[in-house]
Design a protein around this ligand. Structure first.
Ligand SMILES: NC(=O)c1ccc[n+]([C@@H]2O[C@H](COP(=O)([O-])OP(=O)(O)OC[C@H]3O[C@@H](n4cnc5c(N)ncnc54)[C@H](O)[C@@H]3O)[C@@H](O)[C@H]2O)c1
Length: 358
């Protein structure tokens, strides 16, 4: 376990109870100053660097600040260790690509900690959208707000939006085609502490909007999916995590002078068999490392989110919409970019999908 701060401490607790894990050692640059962990150093189970821990482990979980993920991940992979890296996988698309290539070369598992993709409520939201129980999806709207926790090395987009982007990609079953972002900083002189993102899923004719903030009085973790037949709200702070609203705006027939009608039906909340997402994620990581199976949140899944976050940073800086393809091609050497296959349009349910020729 590398990085045993706020989130790493939770990971450490979960990893200690994960089947297949015989022992966990802790690595933290500050380990001698962490009251709960300092004793591990004397016991030979606590270290200040990844290199010192190498002989003692088969796999690493990295929960250090985002800017350190790629460097530490590459060291672990090059030493032949399986790696679970906390979100975001890396802070640039180029670094995410390097991690993927290195893991493939070394034949080790590379997984990203997109914890919400191991959350039963998110699976239910995905099923509601993909089974079309909500009808045609109009939009997803996500809010992740609170007072803090301010980070020292990244803005609020890097800190919080990876969750919302990974959820949106998971629920919609693909990555967006373009990103537009707006943000502002108030308390922090450098980093945006409030931001709004718009993700366009052109192939689906749908979009997702994301509001992330470290400067809000009310803790909010809510995602709303609005369809032509019904609407669903996933509230991670509520007891009934998923609520399905049988509500819709009914359109009059084309050419009819009738007005729009508002259908107001019942609100239902299906039961969700809940298993701690972090524990589900940990078990999956160990399974993949042992069996060689591809993780659900593999390097490509992590890359898709990093690309969106990088596009959002560019959009913030240049105040324009940024195409995802632009991020990928500017991150690759020219020789490799030329090999990217040209998208071929295909049809599904009357909508154009983009697939690749090879
Ligand atoms: N999946 C989730 O829901 C979730 C929630 C919170 C945070 N996170 C992620 O977890 C990661 C850590 O966030 P945090 O809030 O716990 O940060 P934190 O600052 O509380 O902890 C980071 C720890 O890493 C240590 N560290 C830094 N550089 C190191 C290095 N090179 N080698 C060894 N140790 C080093 C620090 O001493 C510190 O103890 C981030 O990537 C964050 O995005 C994920």
């Amino acid at each position: 376990m590398i990085g045993v701060g706020y989130w790493g401490a939770k990971q450490l607790r979960v990893m200690r109870g994960t089947p297949g894990v015989s022992s966990v050692v802790a690595v933290d640059a500050r380990i001698e100053h962490l009251p709960d962990l300092a004793h591990l150093v004397a016991e030979g189970r606590g270290f200040t660097s990844l290199q010192a821990a190498l002989p003692h482990v088969d796999a690493f979980v990295i929960a250090t600040p985002p800017a350190t993920h790629a460097h530490l991940g590459l060291q672990a992979i090059e030493a032949g260790k399986h790696v679970l890296i906390e979100k975001p996988l890396a802070t640039t698309t180029a670094d995410a690509l390097l991690l993927i290539a290195a893991a493939r070369e070394a034949g080790v598992t590379l997984m990203v900690g997109h914890t919400f993709e191991y959350n039963a409520a998110v699976w239910m939201l995905r099923d509601l959208v993909q089974s079309r129980e909500l009808g045609d999806l109009y939009h997803l709207t996500s809010s992740r707000l609170n007072m803090g926790l301010y980070q020292s090395d990244v803005n609020v987009v890097f800190d919080l939006a990876p969750h919302d982007v990974s959820i949106a990609n998971h629920v919609l079953g693909q990555a967006p085609s373009s990103v537009t972002a707006w943000g502002s900083h108030h308390v922090d002189p450098t980093f945006e502490d409030v931001a709004f993102l718009r993700l366009d899923y052109a192939d689906l004719g749908a979009h997702a909007t994301i509001h992330v903030s470290w400067l809000d009085p009310v803790k909010t973790r809510r995602i709303t999916a609005v369809g032509s037949k019904k609407m669903a709200v996933y509230d991670d702070t509520a007891e009934e995590r998923i609520r399905i609203h049988d509500k819709a705006v009914l359109l009059p027939d084309a050419g009819s002078p009738a007005r729009k009608q508002y259908h107001q039906g019942a609100i239902t909340s299906p039961p969700i068999a809940f298993d701690e997402p972090l524990a589900v994620q940990a078990r999956h990581f160990v399974d993949c490392a042992v069996t060689g199976a591809t993780p659900r949140t593999d390097g490509a899944n992590g890359l898709a989110v990093v690309q969106v976050i990088e596009a959002a940073q560019l959009s913030l800086a240049e105040e324009r919409r940024v195409q995802l393809d632009e991020i990928l091609t500017r991150s690759l050497p020219h020789s490799v970019a030329a090999l990217i296959p040209t998208p071929v349009p295909s049809q599904r349910n009357g909508k154009v999908l983009r697939t690749f020729a090879s």
